[in-house]
Structures are given as structure tokens and as C-alpha cells.
Design a protein around this ligand. Structure first.
Ligand code: PRT
Length: 287
């Protein structure tokens, strides 16, 4: 039996660069040549499969891929109204977007009842309509959703939005968000023991990379009498290290902060008497 773990990622598109980056930062070495659909890792029993996002949920549910990175919007759309064998494991924090209803700017929408809605996410939209007792018709269209109100195909659309520039360019206004999405790591629920062990290693490493993204290592000096005040200001730090300094009234505080450090936080630290405040990036964390 082949016990190499298969990780499916998007072949090309918005998720590709950050998915390959995450895999490489997790210590899985592989190289791709041209249009190859499969890459074999040379340091772990892992194969990377390059596929279309749309196909990822069914590949994982059927066990043709063991782990995968996909937009949560696609996962939800493809998993609604059917039984799947997929587990969501990690919110990866990139490719954030939202699925929203939008209408031509001059259209004053009071209710979605009896509207014609065009979308590439028919299952998600139908579920939303059902949950909210709205009676409307849904047309599935794969591209150029924004054009459909102008050719009479729809009254409103439901599409992904990130900056809002596409809606703006098409003279559409966002009316209501029905789903927030980001890239997620998913896993087949029925892996054998051998694959489960490799998957655990990959998941823990990927979690370590994701944890490190917002984390910072903070170092500063302060009067020993101010340690408590300063520690209260360090966001998401469990137990800072306190180090004596040559000047016996002072100590150095070193802390791993698992939340972002903004300028405002540094300014507050300074106001409480901290000096030489250094904020450094963290590459990986293994908890
Ligand atoms: O791989 P496959 O070809 O099957 O999928 P795809 O064509 O959907 O790929 P791609 O690369 O377009 O999108 C992959 C994933 O990126 C999506 O499933 C989302 O999870 C995520 N993502 C994040 C987005 C966006 N942001 C996004 N803005 N996907 C699409 N868009 C489109 C949106 O459809 C609209 O046309 O960008 C336009 C709106 O962007 P703004 O910035 O103008 O608002």
C-alpha cells in the first residue's frame, strides 16, 4: 500500500504562492517543473498534487488527497447538501474575502424576495435564502457575475469581494455579507495510521508557521519596580523572562507576544518607563 501523504493545492491562481510558501516553510522540500501536476518531496514521504480549487473538496472527501489547502468558501459550497469526509483543521489567515450580495448602485433593494440572483456559489446562496425564509431564484454562472444585472440575467449578484474595487468598477454596491472566508487546511477523516502520523507532523508544523505570523519577540529594559505594569501591556505573552542587568535597579524583559504589536503598544510601554524596546519577527513556533 502507498503510504505517502498527498497534499492538494491550487494549480494556479490566488492561493498558489502562499500555499507553496506554507508547505516549504513547514520543511517539506519539493521542486516543480513547468506544468507538472505532481511534485514529490525529497525529504518526507509526501506528494503535492496541483489541481483546480473547485476539485479539492471532492478529492479530499474521496481520499484521493489526504490534506489540502482551499478557500473556505469553496469548501462550504462543495460540502453543502451532501455527506463528505472532510475535517477543517487550520484557519490559515491568507486569501481573506467575503461572499456578498451586491446590486446596481441605482437599485434601491428593500427585500430579496422574488429577486433573480446570479452567483458562482448557488448552494451557499440557496442555504442563506432558506435559513432566512427568502423566496428568490438562483442562477449559477461561473465568470463575469458582475455583468449579469446589466444584461437582464439577474437583479442582484452574490460574489466574492476583497477590496471592493471590482464592484465599484461595475457600478455595484455591496448590500449584505453572507460568508467570511480565508484559506483553510483540510484533511480526509479516514486516514490510515501511517498517513495519520505524517499528517500530524505536517499539521503541527503548519500550525507553527501560522502562529508565528502574528507573533513577535519583544525585548526591553525597565526599572525592576515596573515589571508588573510592563508585563500587563505585553499582548498574548504567557510568562515573560526577567533578566537582571548590570545596573541592579533595572531588568531586561524578554517576551513572546502571540498577538500583533502596534506602535501604540510600544508607545504605552515607553510611557511606563521601558527603554531599548526591540520588536523582532518570529519564524516558527512549536507549542
Ligand atoms: O482554482 P480554480 O480555478 O478552481 O478557482 P478560482 O478560479 O476561483 O481561483 P482564484 O485564484 O480566482 O480564487 C481562489 C480563491 O481565492 C477563492 O476561492 C477565494 O477563496 C480566494 N479569494 C480571495 C478570492 C478573492 N479574494 C477575490 N477577490 N477569489 C476571487 N476573488 C475575485 C472575485 O470573484 C471578484 O471577481 O476577485 C474579484 C473581487 O475582488 P476585489 O478585490 O475587486 O473586491
Amino acid at each position: 500500500m502507498n503510504n505517502r501523504l498527498t497534499i492538494a493545492i491550487q494549480k494556479k491562481g490566488r492561493l498558489f504562492d502562499q500555499s507553496t510558501d506554507l508547505i516549504k516553510k513547514s520543511g517539506i522540500n519539493f521542486s516543480t517543473k513547468g506544468d507538472n501536476l505532481l511534485a514529490k518531496s525529497n525529504n518526507l514521504p509526501i506528494d503535492i498534487l496541483f489541481v483546480r480549487s473547485d476539485d479539492i473538496p471532492s478529492l479530499v472527501s474521496n481520499g484521493d488527497a489526504d490534506l489540502a489547502i482551499v478557500g473556505e468558501n469553496v469548501l462550504i459550497e462543495k460540502s453543502l447538501f451532501k455527506r463528505t469526509y472532510i475535517e477543517k483543521i487550520i484557519d490559515l489567515g491568507f486569501s481573506k474575502c467575503r461572499l456578498s450580495f451586491a446590486a446596481p448602485k441605482n437599485n434601491k433593494i428593500k427585500s430579496f424576495n422574488n429577486m433573480k440572483i446570479a452567483t458562482s456559489y448557488p448552494n451557499t446562496v440557496k442555504k442563506y435564502l432558506k435559513d432566512n425564509n427568502i423566496n428568490a431564484s438562483v442562477t449559477n454562472i461561473h465568470g463575469s457575475v458582475e455583468l449579469t444585472p446589466y444584461i437582464g440575467m439577474s437583479d442582484i449578484i452574490c460574489d466574492l469581494v476583497s477590496s471592493g474595487a471590482t464592484l465599484e468598477a461595475n457600478n455595484l454596491k455591496e448590500i449584505e455579507v453572507i460568508l467570511q472566508s480565508q484559506a483553510v487546511l483540510i484533511k480526509n477523516k479516514n486516514l490510515n495510521n501511517e498517513k495519520e502520523k505524517i499528517a500530524d507532523k505536517v499539521i503541527s508544523r503548519m500550525q507553527g508557521v501560522v502562529n508565528a505570523i502574528e507573533s513577535k519577540y519583544v525585548m526591553l529594559n525597565v526599572d525592576a519596580s515596573k515589571v508588573k505594569d510592563i508585563c500587563k501591556l505585553l499582548p498574548g505573552s504567557e510568562s515573560p523572562t526577567i533578566i537582571p542587568l548590570e545596573d541592579s535597579k533595572k531588568v531586561a524583559i524578554h517576551a513572546l507576544c502571540q498577538e500583533p504589536i502596534f506602535w501604540e503598544t510600544m508607545e504605552k510601554l515607553k510611557a511606563k518607563g521601558a527603554s531599548s524596546i526591540l520588536v523582532m519577527p518570529v519564524e516558527k513556533i512549536l507549542n
